[in-house]
Design a protein around this ligand. Structure first.
Ligand code: GLN
Length: 357
């Protein structure tokens, strides 16, 4: 792009697309438009209606800088500072892995199982028979405290990154939930906290190394209060704890443990797309020699952290389903694990539940 010559938005965007294509960016045209929209704050659909005029030199220079960043392989989501996941907007930058669309499968399955938590409460606990519930059957009764009042379902998002999993569940669950998000990266936890504020509208306060949400705004103006499952009547709570895998939740039990750990094999890392390899946090990707280190670390310890009938659900690499299911089987504490495929037909999640004694 030459600087200085007044161009229309369309010309500028075409130039941008051309430059991105030359640099090997796959979705050059889309990205050049989205970067323009990001810069000008104009929506995609109104772009050419609102921008018939020539661009100023300042606008051209700013746009050129964005195109240059994208041209060097920086992911679009980091440049625009956000991505969509489960229909929600998550802030992202190089401190966190960009939530992948495949991971929505995990959240959808978790939400489906959560529905079972509440419907079963009317019928008494399925644990009475001691029999493993059939695949797809609701999991367990809503937890009752000794006084019989309803308790929020306790959910752990282990290795939370941006908070995509735990916060989507908090925002979309149709019942009170208490979500704890943990990560070994305090930078990632900062991003997750910011996402919690944006998505759940909670006012957060810092207390001794973790941040706990207060109740939603009482004026009902926050996004959270408007969202089902997080209003005044149906309130929940989100906490953030720093540390490695399950360490931060020592002594705590959950009804559901959700986890998208780093699972890429060391040997595969150098062959990852450049955008991923050079820009996303390796800590969120590298799972050791065979990519299985996190599962090896966590699965044998899960029963310490799960209630009877509690659900464990992991995202996995497409070739790890069987091995992870076997790890669950080896503990002797879980029902036989289900491996589920994503929309591309590849194995993507493994889930099971702790057996009733
Ligand atoms: N699915 C991610 C990728 O392909 C990996 C995420 C992970 O390791 N948890 O880049």
């Amino acid at each position: 792009m030459r600087k200085g010559r007044a161009m229309t938005a369309r010309e500028l965007i075409n130039k941008g697309a051309q430059e991105l294509a030359e640099r090997g960016v796959a979705d050059a045209e889309t990205d050049s438009r989205l970067l323009f929209c990001h810069l000008t704050g104009v929506s995609r659909s109104r772009l050419f209606m609102e921008y018939p005029r020539k661009m100023t030199d300042t606008e051209i220079a700013a746009y050129k800088a964005l195109i240059r960043r994208r041209g060097t392989g920086e992911p679009l989501q980091y440049i625009v500072g956000e991505t969509e996941f489960m229909g929600l907007r998550f802030r992202v930058d190089s401190r966190v892995l960009i939530p992948r669309p495949e991971t929505e499968l995990l959240v959808e399955k978790a939400l489906e199982l959560l529905k079972g938590f509440s419907t079963k409460s009317e019928q008494g606990s399925p644990s009475a028979s001691g029999e493993p519930a059939a695949a797809g059957e609701p999991v367990t009764a809503t937890r009752q405290n000794p006084l019989g009042s309803r308790q929020p379902v306790r959910i752990l998002d282990c290795c939370c990154g941006s908070g995509a999993i735990g916060l989507s569940v908090a925002a979309l669950a149709e019942m009170p939930v208490h979500v704890i998000c943990t990560d070994i990266s305090s930078d990632a936890l900062d991003v997750a906290r910011e996402n919690a504020r944006n998505l759940l509208g909670t006012s957060m306060s810092r207390t001794e190394g973790f941040v706990e949400s207060d109740e939603p705004e009482s004026d009902g103006s926050s996004g959270a209060s408007r969202r089902r499952g997080w209003g005044d009547k149906n309130r929940g709570k989100v906490e953030f704890l720093w540390g490695s895998f399950l360490e931060p939740v020592a002594g705590k039990r959950f009804d559901m443990i959700l986890c998208n750990p780093p699972y890429i094999q060391d040997g595969v890392i150098p062959g990852l797309q450049r955008e991923v390899r050079e820009h996303e946090p390796l800590l969120a990707l590298a799972g050791g020699a065979d990519g299985m280190d996190p599962y090896r670390e966590m699965i044998p310890r899960l029963t310490e952290h799960l209630t009877d009938g509690g659900v464990a659900m992991f995202e996995i690499g497409h070739d790890q389903g069987e091995a992870v299911a076997n790890m669950f089987a080896e503990t002797g504490e879980f029902e036989s694990a289900q491996v589920m495929r994503d929309l591309a037909g590849r194995n993507r999640i493994v889930w099971t539940r702790r057996r009733y004694p």
